[in-house]
Design a protein around this ligand. Structure first.
Ligand SMILES: Cc1cc2nc3c(=O)[nH]c(=O)nc-3n(C[C@H](O)[C@H](O)[C@H](O)COP(=O)(O)OP(=O)(O)OC[C@H]3O[C@@H](n4cnc5c(N)ncnc54)[C@H](O)[C@@H]3O)c2cc1C
Length: 581
């Protein structure tokens, strides 16, 4: 499989669409980052992704990870590639400069992450968990915890892992059983079994820092009684050197549909030493710092996969000769025309492309909100960006990963039977991308979060404010009327859901996934209309405008059906009684 990092599109989005240079110059923390520097970072990230990491992708899938006596060996190609990734400081790209991070904008990190996900999903999982763990320690750790862990996580000397899930407690973390008993020296003894822990054990680094959710002896029941602990594989001495092995081990690894180079472990904590991170019983809120990062990142996993799949499918369709164009032969000298002449193949390719490029713009927009929320000198702007990033994080996680998977399956379809066999890699992309819809909170749970906590909880006011802001943008005139209709549909549907939910407790869950898709499509339409308005007058800009036209003509109409299905009564779902299933 080959992969070309989408650098041209990245520059367009950063500098033409979002005018990042102007935004950054108003943020003191970013004032020193010149456009040249940003271009150099993206070019180097693209080279690393395409030339160093992509060649490990199929090999890693074929070899998988091996578990023996509690130790996990990753595919042989992974270690050198991971070393090159970490040597370049990529895991500390947006990290805190006080502890060795590079303090670069999240927008830039989103673009680099997409490249790394596309290049090798399994390999980058070890990276994304490390970045997420460092964010969490930076936000909630003591000074000593930050100076011990952050520099080593940013440099990739150690990696991170997040340990939430237990066999009986997945979505419902409140019923978890892992316990933490306070010790005389202020540490805690952690006992329990976690399952599905990505990167919980592996051979890529000398230490692995687990962030573990557990309950204190006097903890209140449910999610209010969960605390968060740092539990390193090797205990760390005061000078930062490694001490004795901590009391936990991998009990086994899972045999999975995809991401086979990523080790997913059962972890048995057997009186392991842990250190409280943040406040007692506030662990879930603290863990959300990591989870919100991972949610956007997992959305970007879907985006990277969609782009990779599109590149494979477009290249294949250009070369593969089958059938003739409905308008007569286009390749009269050949035995047949290329797949590109067939309107149905074009439908698949254009859908993939429109979702990949629209998704990239969306991910960057969420990254921009996170940058403003964290770094803007203006209080009001920070608060507004924070509310917007909270509204859009579940959409980014679910809509990007759903569209990534949709794109991967369409790419597989473009390959015909060759998409179903191993050789071309299309089936691997499908397998590797499917998980993005499931972990980090299933996409169903993201949709509930959106509708319940982000929309209904404030009577839809954040959403309305966002729509008002979208309506101020400069867009290509050609799309203005359709766009206005899409805004109206979203606002109308939000008002109707808010009203009906007061009478019917099943309503939010019944319409949540459709509502998330309605919002996602509307936001993509807004971004496509903006991209079309600032597209340059060259081949690249021409392709942008044509793809925007495709989006409006063929994908935005999905919102009509969504509005109708959201309007349906919940009895269509709820009247079916338990034993009819
Ligand atoms: C490969 C892999 C890697 C993973 N990595 C990690 C990791 O590193 N760390 C970690 O802690 N966990 C990890 N997980 C666990 C993952 O996050 C969970 O599997 C996921 O959150 C869902 O939990 P569950 O499997 O128990 O499903 P369940 O919670 O049993 O859900 C089953 C179905 O019911 C739905 N559902 C459940 N509750 C509700 C509700 N209240 N309302 C509506 N619908 C609901 C869900 O959407 C889902 O469709 C990983 C899982 C896999 C497979």
């Amino acid at each position: 499989m080959e992969y070309q990092a989408p650098e041209r599109d990245a520059y367009f989005l950063l500098f033409d669409l979002f005018r990042a240079g102007e935004i950054w110059s108003a943020i003191p923390a970013f004032a020193d980052f010149s456009e040249d520097l940003i271009r150099a970072v993206l070019a180097e990230g693209g080279r690393l992704a395409s030339e160093v990491i992509t060649p490990t992708n199929q090999l890693g899938d074929q070899q998988g990870c091996v578990w023996q006596d509690g130790l996990v060996t990753t595919p042989p190609e992974f270690k050198p590639a991971f070393n090159e990734l970490t040597a370049g400081g990529w895991l500390g790209l947006a990290g805190n400069p006080d502890f060795g991070g590079q303090g670069m904008p999240k927008m830039l990190a989103c673009l680099v992450e997409e490249m790394l996900w596309a290049a090798n999903t399994s390999l980058y999982l070890y990276g994304t968990l490390t970045v997420g763990a460092s964010l969490c320690i930076d936000a909630h750790g003591t000074q000593a915890q930050k100076s011990t862990y952050l520099p080593r996580l940013y440099s990739g000397q150690w990696t991170g892992a997040m340990a939430l899930t237990e066999a009986h407690a997945g979505t419902d973390l409140g019923i978890m059983r892992t316990k933490a008993e306070p010790q005389a020296d202020d540490s805690y003894r952690i006992t329990g079994t976690k399952i599905f822990i990505t990167g919980g054990e592996h051979d890529l680094t000398e230490n692995i820092v687990h962030l573990v959710l557990a309950k204190l002896p006097d903890a209140p029941a449910g999610t209010k009684g969960i605390s968060l602990f740092i539990v390193p594989k090797y205990l760390v001495r005061e000078d930062g050197s490694l001490g004795e092995r901590n009391g936990f081990a991998s009990g086994s690894i899972e045999h999975k549909m995809g991401i086979r180079g990523s080790a997913t472990s059962v972890i048995n904590y057997d009186g392991a030493t842990g250190y409280l991170l943040g406040e007692p019983n506030q662990g879930l809120a603290a863990m959300f710092t990591m989870m919100n990062y991972e949610r956007l990142s997992v959305g970007i996993q879907g985006l990277g996969a969609g782009e990779l799949a599109y590149q494979q499918a477009a290249a294949y369709a250009r070369d593969r000769l089958q059938g003739r164009s409905p308008t007569g032969p286009q390749n009269a000298a050949g035995v047949a025309d290329s797949l590109l002449v067939h309107p149905d193949v074009r439908r698949m390719l254009m859908t993939q492309r429109a979702f990949a490029e629209g998704g990239r713009a969306f991910a960057l927009y969420v990254g921009l909100q996170l940058d403003v929320a964290k770094y803007s000198p203006d209080d009001g702007e920070r608060r507004k960006a924070q509310a917007l990033s909270e509204l859009l994080t579940p959409v980014a996680k679910a809509f990007l990963s759903d569209r990534g998977f949709e794109g991967a399956v369409m790419a597989q379809q473009v390959f015909g039977g060759h998409g179903y066999i191993q050789e071309w890699g299309a089936e691997q992309i499908v397998r590797d991308t499917r998980i993005a819809q499931i972990y980090e909170g299933t996409n169903g749970v993201q949709a509930l979060d959106l509708i319940g906590r982000k929309v209904l909880s404030n009577g839809g006011s954040t959403l309305r404010q966002f729509v008002d802001d979208m309506a101020q943008s400069e867009v290509l005139e050609e799309f203005q009327a359709d766009l206005n209709e899409a805004y109206d549909r979203l606002v109308r549907t939000t008002a109707s859901v808010t009203e009906r939910a007061r009478q019917d407790p099943n309503l939010p869950g019944a319409v949540s996934t459709d509502y998330l898709d309605l919002l996602g499509l509307t936001v993509y339409a807004w971004l496509w209309a903006r991209m079309a308005a600032c597209a340059p007058n060259d081949d690249f800009g021409q392709s942008k405008k044509l793809t925007a036209r495709f989006f409006f003509a063929r994908l935005l109409p999905r919102t009509l059906a969504l509005e109708k299905s959201i309007a349906a009564d919940t009895s269509a779902l709820m009247d079916f009684v338990g034993d009819q299933f």
